[in-house]
Write a protein that binds this ligand. Sequence first.
Ligand SMILES: [Zn+2]
Length: 117
Amino acid sequence: MHEMSIAASLIGIVKEEMAKHGATRLLMVRVRYGRLTNIVPEALQMGFEATSMEAGLQGARLELVEVPLTVACGGCGNEFTPEHDDIVYMPCPKCGREFAHEVLTGRELFVDHIEAE
Ligand SMILES: [Zn+2]
């Protein structure tokens, strides 16, 4: 379960931002995570709850937004979202090519928005 360490680094980023703006109470954090990060939202929620409590930021809401996986076909350049999350086998709907696609989105993990006062 890597969600606990992810939660810890998220809280680290949030604390830095809050310090910059002189905020002391955290209300909400929005995090965007890609399909390929293998994050389990429930586990990250739990990790966030525990970590924010430890950091004295209890009561903050974590909003998770999933970024879908999109790839560009290595053969024809067609951009598509694979039907399944199988990164190894994802045939291009246009030309049928099954491999060597370029991943465009789906690997990201970042703090998108922080609400604090
Ligand atoms: Zn193609």
